[in-house]
Design a protein around this ligand. Sequence first.
Ligand SMILES: Cc1ncc(COP(=O)(O)O)c(C=O)c1O
Length: 394
Amino acid sequence: MTDFLATLRPEALGAPPSGIVEVMNYGRRREGLIPLWAGEGDLPTPAFVCEAATRSLAAGETFYTWQRGIPELRAALARYHERLYGGTFAPERFFVTASGMQAIQIALTALAGPGDEVLVPSPAWPNFAAAVGVRGARVVDVPMTFGNRGWILDVERLADVVTPATKAIFLNSPCNPTGWTATREELASVLALARERGIWIVADEVYGRFVWDGSARAPSFHDVAGPEDRVIFVNTFSKNWAMTGWRVGWIEAPPEIGDVLENLIQYSTSGVAVFVQRAAVAALDHGEGFLAHQVARIAESREILTATLAATGRARFVAPVGAFYLFFGVEGEDDTSRLGLRLVDEAGIGLAPGTAFGAAGNGFLRLCFARGPESMREASRRLADWLNGRPQRA
Ligand SMILES: Cc1ncc(COP(=O)(O)O)c(C=O)c1O
């Protein structure tokens, strides 16, 4: 029998399976189960976005296109950034990608390969580390600590692990899965470290519009970095405009590296479908109302969830500052991989085990609360009943 696997690249063979998949496979077909394991909301893409795509298709926009993205979308991205962060943004800074995940892949392909290291504070979305590993580079996990004030990033700890091989710091704020949201001061000190040591920052701010202190956006590297800084932003249309299935995102980077990024796009997807890009323009130009509606809805769900769980006295968490996940521990339950499976059976809810987000996630579960208040009330009740010792069927 041919051993097909034996001749594959070790980096490809070593790509880990997602730690969320086990519980998803276990619970996928359960009737009545409330699935809170994935990182997406329950609202469909708004009609005006879909209509922009269908208009484009009807107009025959079905051909190859610009690798970097259509000029209209790059201009819309520049306008969006000007509205959100102030100042001026040239369209030359923007590169359209086939998802946030592909933006991450391209950024990492440009920055790190065999022999290089990328620092990733954890708990973290597992795709960062996997994308680094697939490129033959090494992830240096920098655990954050959990205490009464929530998760804390120790920038000195980051500085301690920088070596001559360090190419980049990958910073995700607001963070999936913890909801940790860097302050402007924390961003400034990470930037100072990067400047001092001559390393890049890959800034994943895909949850930047989901903050729960009433602000329009989270602190951003845009607030502290200048055009001379080595910062690559990776972002997506998935979360803000309920477009997870469209697979469209963007990179913002110094225009000086534009030709390199363009080549990397050429040799991967060769560009994003024009009709998808037309939809993205509509989302940027007309999507603030939808986004505000989504944020208000999720904010209410967050209140319901955190109040209900706090009342049980058995859940260990600090209410997340940003993103739409609750990362919590349960008193007396250390093995949260098994607990995730039990909650499918005993509470009728699907959660992701904290171990899926690195060793620092041991003892935690991740719950996505990007849903309407009604559904979140029911999910919170089920979880609270289970915590109070009243397990029940979905
Ligand atoms: C932190 C973070 N970055 C990037 C992404 C990528 O999103 P997408 O590939 O859907 O654009 C996700 C998706 O869950 C995420 O949580």
